[in-house]
Design a protein. Structure first.
Length: 253
């Protein structure tokens, strides 16, 4: 296993309408593990996440510099197939956003769109994705039910299943438990802990306890600058930068 399987930022910067959102970020995201991105509001955490599958593409005044690679491939290169990139790099947002379709059709949407899976094979893809998202046993008898009939926690796991159906290698999550109750949060954290065996996972979270217990490594961003990155157990107990200590002890942010 090499770091080329993960995600690498090299002196990566991003601007929107001339305002810097990220400044010379160099960061290697280890493969098949969970990395947490923490920092105050407006520090560039979501921008970092969205840059990986170029979700900010086309926003007015958007500009970037530096290098960004996924599994060794330059995702900023001209001619990059954005549809293929977003299959490889799945995204789960702060609030669950299931399509106004059935549970089955939500999960089948991506494979059908790319025509990679047809006919009876789609049933196997949907079941596999729902099993990997720890949702199959809860919905197997109501796959035709509207997705909005699920609980908030189930809807968020459905969104994970929808991403998994595209067989990604990287999974990005932006505050995925902020709208969930404690039980839903536990279920999703348990799911992510299992998925890291196969996926490179990045999670943006304001919950420092969640970052400490879930991630192998943590990165702190402040005003678009990477302040510190390292093993989570070390960073939360013996940070090397005074700004990290100030943030995790609540003195700012």
């Amino acid at each position: 296993m090499t770091t080329t399987e993960g995600v690498v930022f090299e002196r990566f910067s991003a601007w929107f309408d001339g305002t810097p959102a990220l400044v010379n970020v160099s960061l290697t995201i280890q493969p098949r593990s969970i990395t947490a991105i923490i920092g105050p509001s407006g520090s560039g955490k979501s921008t970092l996440l969205r840059a990986i599958n170029r979700l900010d593409e086309g926003l007015p005044g958007a500009r970037r510099a530096g290098a960004l690679r996924v599994a060794g491939d330059d995702v900023l290169a001209p001619g990059t197939d954005l549809s293929a990139l977003r299959q490889r790099v799945g995204m789960v947002f702060q609030r669950s956003n299931p399509f106004p379709r059935s549970i089955f059709d939500n999960v089948a949407y991506g494979p059908r769109l790319t025509s990679r899976t047809q006919g009876s094979d789609i049933d196997d893809v949907v079941e596999d994705a729902l099993r990997r998202a720890a949702l199959w046993e809860e919905v197997r008898d109501r796959l035709d039910a509207p997705a909005h009939t699920l609980s908030a926690g189930q809807q968020q796991r459905l969104c994970v299943a929808r991403a998994l159906a595209n067989r990604p290698t990287v999974l990005l999550l932006d505050e995925p438990t902020s709208a969930l109750d404690p039980q839903g949060t536990v279920r999703l954290e348990e799911l992510l802990y299992e998925l890291q065996r196969d996926l490179t996972i990045l999670i943006v979270t304001h919950n420092l306890q969640q970052a400490a217990r879930l991630s192998r490594r943590t990165a702190l961003l402040v005003d678009g600058v990477l302040i510190e990155e390292g093993a989570s157990d070390r960073l939360f107990t013996h940070p090397t930068d005074s700004r990290t200590e100030a943030f995790i002890t609540g003195r700012f942010g």
